[in-house]
Design a protein around this ligand. Structure first.
Ligand SMILES: Cc1ncc(COP(=O)(O)O)c(C=O)c1O
Length: 442
């Protein structure tokens, strides 16, 4: 059993054991997105132990392990299901478990319209399904809209919507044609150099006032993809009017509104889905990451009239496999039974207020933003100009790892904090201590 309140002081990573694993992985795996040479032996709750015996407080994986690492009820449900069946070709055959999980997932999504769900294995696959559902059901509409700063996945369709880093797209042209991007409501660094609210939400209104008048016939647009809070792009929370206006424009022009909840969904913002903060509903909702507590589960919930409705128009192999279904069911049960959405709201408020206190003391912290336990801290070289300082951010990041706190970067110069929803107050205090120490050293 791992200690729940480790006394983390100074961690040398990678240690001797870890170094050899890093070398083997580097030789064997294609290049991915490694952030730090932490070599994991086991993980429980929010604590990760590496192969050299170092303990880390994990403030990254709540994005995926919402219920904490290896929650006993999730582990038990997976083990029990593995004994019954692992794979029955769920897209081809039927099971009570698949029916139950589908019904549960549908219930997560707000809105009065009847819904259906496509089960898959990842966020990018859920977004691919959304592209296909929109195009299949709106055959005269081929265009798609998305936002600068967005991340919707890395497969070629979803990648055509993604626009958060050059590294994601470089060398992959041609992308899917007829995808148009608009600047997102990035108020902290407004792309139009305007100020909220005197801007009158120009970043949303521009869609109808310029785009639809000058180069995008709205009746050719099948769908608009929107992250309710931009994740990879920097944990950007748009003002509520932005989402309301975009939603309204989509509705009036018969455009499917796709609410990508892959990162922001499943409780971490203090609501089950982040769109609930904005009081609107979507036509299609890609889900993944936290839905399976670490097991690969993706889902696309669509209005019933966006169902493919024809055998073979869309399907897959592993969607609805036994382990994924058991993990999703147990995850949603644990979140409900333990009141974890409410925990995220309460702990998130506490964490944000403490981060704002840090911001008062350290001018390098330009912005603290987010909702619930989805919090971004943006580092700047100058508060007045809000100039991003990625080098400083990277030094703080390295300091956090050195002192045993796992965090991830996002956007130009931000760190993202997404502890599991089971995070304790003391663990937040410990993370704050480590962050402060890393900032002092940076
Ligand atoms: C909002 C959003 N959509 C889609 C994806 C892609 O998910 P996956 O990596 O599971 O394909 C991500 C991953 O970070 C994401 O944050």
């Amino acid at each position: 059993m791992l200690e729940t309140k480790p006394d983390i002081t100074e961690v040398a990573i990678p240690g001797p054991e870890g170094s050899s694993v890093v070398a083997r992985e580097t030789a064997a795996l294609t290049t991915g997105t490694k952030t730090a040479p932490i070599v994991v032996k086991r993980a429980k709750g929010l604590i990760v132990e590496d192969v050299d015996g170092n303990l880390f407080l994990d403030f990254t994986s709540g994005m995926i392990t919402a219920t904490g690492h290896s929650h006993p009820k999730v582990v038990a449900a997976i083990a029990e299901q593995a004994e019954k069946w692992l794979f029955i070709n769920s897209p081809d055959f039927y099971s009570p478990l698949q029916a139950e999980v589908a019904e549960k997932i549908i219930k997560l999504v707000p809105g009065s319209k009847a819904k259906k769900v496509f089960l898959c294995n990842s966020g990018t696959e859920a977004n691919e399904a959304a592209i296909k559902a929109a195009r299949w059901n709106k055959p005269t509409r081929k265009r798609l809209l998305a936002f600068i700063g967005a991340f919707h996945g890395r497969t070629m369709g979803a990648l055509s919507l993604t626009a958060s880093k050059l590294a994601h797209r470089a060398r992959y042209t041609p992308n899917m044609p007829d995808v148009h991007h608009l600047p997102y409501a990035t108020c902290y660094r407004c792309p139009y150099k305007m100020t909220y609210p005197s801007c009158d939400i120009w970043c949303a209104r521009i869609l109808e006032e310029l785009y639809f008048k000058q180069f995008i016939p709205p009746d050719e647009v099948a769908a608009i993809f929107v992250e309710p809070i931009q994740g990879e792009g920097g944990y950007i929370v748009p003002p509520p009017e932005f989402i309301e206006i975009i939603r309204d424009i989509a509705e009036r022009h018969g455009i499917a509104y796709v609410d990508d909840e892959v990162q922001a969904g499943i409780g971490k913002t203090g609501k089950m889905l982040a769109i609930e903060h904005f009081g609107v509903s979507a036509n299609a909702t890609p889900l993944a990451k936290a839905l399976g507590s670490g097991v690969a589960v993706g889902a696309l919930v669509v209005d019933a009239d966006l169902d493919f409705g024809a055998q073979g128009a869309h399907s897959n192999t592993f969607g609805g496999n036994g382990v994924a279904l058991a993990a999703a069911k147990a995850t949603l049960d644990v979140i409900e039974d333990e009141g974890l959405v409410e925990c995220a709201a309460v702990q998130g408020d506490y964490f944000s207020s403490k981060l704002r206190e840090l911001q008062e003391r350290f001018p390098a912290i330009g912005d603290v933003r987010g909702k619930g336990l989805m919090i971004g801290v943006d580092f700047v070289s100058d508060r007045a100009s809000r100039t991003p300082d990625p080098a400083y951010r990277d030094r703080v990041l390295a300091g956090c790892f050195r002192h045993g706190l796992m965090v991830l970067p996002c956007g130009f110069s931000a760190l993202r904090f997404t502890p599991a929803l089971v995070v304790e107050r003391e663990q937040i205090d410990r993370a704050l201590d480590i962050l402060e120490r890393a900032i002092r050293e940076a």
